[in-house]
Ligand binder design. Structure first.
Ligand code: NAD
Length: 450
């Protein structure tokens, strides 16, 4: 901590900060924990998709579920979550039903509570008005997320036609639990899946091999720990210079360390050989390793450009090509998972980061493009896009600028590496088969690119 930071976080500094409107940020509920208060179900029509999913989930939590039926809810006590089934909402007039159930919930939700709306996506031939309404719901979700207080979040899930409660289960479980603490104001899609699921597993990755690059520290180390908590056998990859901390992480999670520069020509082959030596295939390949070499474009030479694009994007494409070859022993299993790590500043564009934006927006483009091609093999391909996360990478940003960045989101704080890790844990869960080609931002609804 710099002298300036010490002063800022001292008792006097805190008082000054509070006067300047920089209030103490809310403490977020994290982990596999559900809200304390009741989970209120609001079905806006005849669909029972969300009700049936909550019934399945009910085996995992103890909070009561209140079904509001046709009545707009008015709650005596604070509620833990409001889950709206809006899959029958097709017209602008029907949006009123959503306003009616959201209004009391916005005021009556507990700290770190949840508002979740499940709706049909646009663009499926249901008509112009239905498409407008589907997008309108996204506007509502983003706005509600900005109005909520106390670490409560809002999420919109687009459930495609044919999605069953089993397909929705892992998503609803993730969104309601503290695992999604730093995912706010986001929407993503769930499609029908081939595999049937009927309960939320505590350790969904039991015995499955997950490879994590950049695992020696920061977000990568948190990914290794979180996936290991969920039962995974971790292969922790990082450069030889980080060998000591890499070994420490691998030992801590009971996995193995593989010292490797992911830009090496034989990186994919070495990962496969390491896994094949244990007689297994890979369940999840998590491409987390990444670097920044920031400069304004006028000062960006070919070396700065090339190293960032190679580590953050090109290396993972080369590795994927090897691991996706079914003939390669120790490659990716059918029904496996590929995860890219993008970045909100990359997606939105950020001064001084043209090279980083090229690579990170490229990761988003890559997963969207790969997903349909690999669907037949049951392989899902998704990305997470972290916002401001408290790591060594962001600790290098000058203090004042850092303080502005970490507060520029709806939760008024930086995220923790574990928040990114939990989101990856959700995406690599075998029960998340219907979630592919998605880029999920883990940014507390960062004002940049949210
Ligand atoms: P970090 O710098 O703390 O850790 C990155 C790790 O990757 C290091 O251990 C490093 O040795 C390893 N690595 C770098 N080049 C490598 C190579 N060629 N081969 C193998 N390993 C290599 O970074 P972090 O903050 O933990 O970020 C992890 C990922 O999240 C990165 O892709 C980063 O771009 C992304 N991200 C971070 C933030 C944030 O706020 N920290 C925000 C958005 C995106």
């Amino acid at each position: 901590m710099s002298a300036l930071e010490k002063a800022f976080y001292s008792p006097v500094g805190r008082k000054v900060a509070a006067k300047a409107g920089l209030a103490e940020p809310p403490r977020l509920r994290r982990g596999r924990t559900f809200p304390h208060g009741a989970i209120v179900l609001a079905p806006l029509g005849g669909s029972t998709l969300v009700a049936d999913t909550l019934t399945m989930l009910g085996r995992a939590y103890e909070s009561p579920v209140i079904d509001t039926g046709d009545d707009a809810p008015g709650y005596g006590d604070r509620i833990g979550a409001l889950v709206v089934d809006a899959t029958d909402v097709r017209t602008a007039a029907e949006l009123e039903g959503l306003r009616a159930v959201l209004r009391p919930a916005v005021r009556g939700i507990e700290r770190s509570g949840r508002i979740v709306v499940v709706a049909r996506p646009g663009g499926t031939g249901a008509g112009w008005e239905a498409d407008a309404v589907a997008r309108g719901l996204d506007g509502i979700n983003r706005t509600v997320a900005k109005e909520l207080r106390g670490g409560a979040t809002a999420t919109l899930v687009y459930a495609h036609e044919g999605v069953t409660p089993g397909d929705l289960l892992s998503t609803l479980g993730f969104v309601l639990q503290g695992r999604s603490a730093f995912v706010d104001g986001q929407s993503w899609h769930v499609r029908p899946a081939a595999t049937a699921v009927d309960e939320l597993a505590e350790r969904p990755l039991e015995g499955k091999v997950c490879v994590v690059t950049g695992a020696a520290r920061g977000i990568g180390a948190a990914i290794a720990r979180t996936l290991a908590r969920d039962g995974a056998i971790i292969v922790a990859v990082d450069i030889p210079a980080a060998g000591e901390s890499l070994a420490a992480v691998a030992n801590e999670v009971g996995g193995t360390a593989l010292q490797l520069d992911i830009t090496a020509d034989d990186a994919g082959a070495r990962i496969a050989a390491h896994v094949a030596a244990r007689g297994v295939r890979i369940h999840a390949m998590v491409h987390n390793a990444g670097i920044t070499r920031d400069k304004m474009l006028v000062n960006t030479d070919a070396a700065r450009w090339g190293s960032v694009v190679d580590v953050n994007l090109a290396a993972q494409m080369r590795i994927n090509e090897v691991l996706l070859d079914s003939a390669v022993e120790g490659g990716l299993a059918d029904d496996g998972r590929i995860i890219g790590v993008a970045s909100t500043s990359g997606l939105a564009g950020n001064k001084g980061q043209t090279n980083y934006a090229a690579s990170k927006a490229g990761v988003a483009g890559l997963v969207i493009s790969m997903a349909p091609d690999l669907a037949e093999r049951g392989i899902t391909v998704n990305a997470v896009a972290p916002g401001f996360i408290e790591t060594d990478m962001t600790a290098r940003i000058p203090f004042v600028q850092r303080e502005v960045f970490r507060r520029s989101n709806s939760l008024s704080q930086g995220g923790s590496p574990v928040d990114v890790a939990e989101t990856i844990g959700y995406l690599v869960d075998p029960a998340s088969q219907g979630v592919t080609g998605q880029v999920v931002r883990v940014c507390g609804q960062n004002l940049v690119g949210a």
